[in-house]
Design a protein around this ligand. Sequence first.
Ligand code: ACM
Length: 520
Amino acid sequence: MSLLPLVPAPAHASSPGGAPFRLSSGTAIVGDANAADAVAALRTLIQRRTGLRLSSVGAAGPGAPTLALEIDRVGRAESYRLRADTASVTVAAADAAGLFYGVQSLGQLITATDADWVIPAVQIDDEPRFAYRGVMLDVARHFFDVDTVRAYIERAAALKFNVLHLHLTDDQGWRLQLRSRPALTDRASSTAIGGDRGGYYTQNEYREIIAHAAAHHMTVVPEIDLPGHTHAVSLAYPELCEPPVLSEHVREVVREYGGDLPTSGAPYEGMAVGFSSLKIHDEATYAFLADVLGEVAALTPGPYLHIGGDEALGTSAADYAEFIGRATALAAATGKTPITWHEAGASAALAPGTIGQYWGFVSPTDGADDKARAFVAHGGRLILSPADAIYLDMKFAADAPLGLTWARGVTSGQRAYEWDAAAVVPGIDDSGILGVEAPLWTETVRTLDDMDALAFPRIAAAAEAAWSPPWKASEDRTWDSFRARVGDLGPLWARLGIHFTALPEIDWATDGARGDGEYS
Ligand code: ACM
């Protein structure tokens, strides 16, 4: 399948040869009421890709060239089968999500010739490797309005991601309105890193994000980061928080990146981490958590509630372990499955079934793998987010204007691609892995264009780690295959208005005679 421009690579695909299907203004999209959303999505995609406005009909007329979409309930959840030959194209899927993914693949297959638009003759049988395929957006370091989040959802869903993890709270701001604790957004949401404007989502805006995600077959996972990353909480509830711990690390970050040291009572606009903590031995903290976690859980239809747990550097190991036990129990008591960053695996009191999100390196250091394995020992599973491969906020080149470098320097496209989820934490294979997630932290990110520039194309490598068969399982799951396939998506991304970075590692296709010219 190597020559098909599909990312993430499908589970099975073949090119039987023969003439392609030719798209024209006379092509009709066929689908019954069950397929109506997918039909609408395909119409929009084809119009944006080609300019053609196709009609849609409930049933095919005799002999007419058609693109037919159908949910036939065959196969595993999220799977689809796509067949294209010169006469017709059909996508049949197990469920609505599978049909949506089949539509995305179809959109990627549309190719410009000098004369028209074609879909090559193909047979694709596709299904995901992992059930949880996430992207994370940090809306705390910088705040992004609903339209920007909607755009990121659309970009991620097109690559078959099905989870949007929102990092809603951090030292720099609290970004979700809570009726039980209105002081959080009243007093701790107005600023962001560098003195930029902050903001927060009203409950209706949060519902709007959830609905847009659901319409793209994505589940929202809210994160309330605890017990560290809570300086913003201290602006609203100083009595719940310890004073900032000004470690040498904090001072060094301030020296390197500027800004002020964190101070009690003042918003924090810098990039240091690990200085804030909730009070661990005050019952008022747990009353606060019961309110906050209960309300966030009630607002969120998805099954997960992320409670952070990373970089609690100002909290002693014993206090941290105790806190994680109580906080994961409170999260579980809301009826959701708790997720934490992998550090929480150090706590013997972790609530059973808690999911761990591993953010160490592809080759674990400092016992990060021991902490990760502890989640599986407690009946949970892992989400793999190895920072030196899949943190989309790392610089893609030393001279890149955006991004950071703490995760082993520059993360090239090739480094973003060449790793496998089952090879990161020794002893944990696919059965212990819930999925893969690509975080976008936003210390240096202010706009959708910034997001595009950092995320694309490396987000496509993350999509492949989450959806496709394992790295090196076939010649399709190699860097050489990926760089050819992702390069072929350049024209589609350009037409969709994605301001991707044209990494020089990749040969970027253009639409040839119909082309938009070169990318910058
Ligand atoms: C993290 O990057 N602190 C999870």
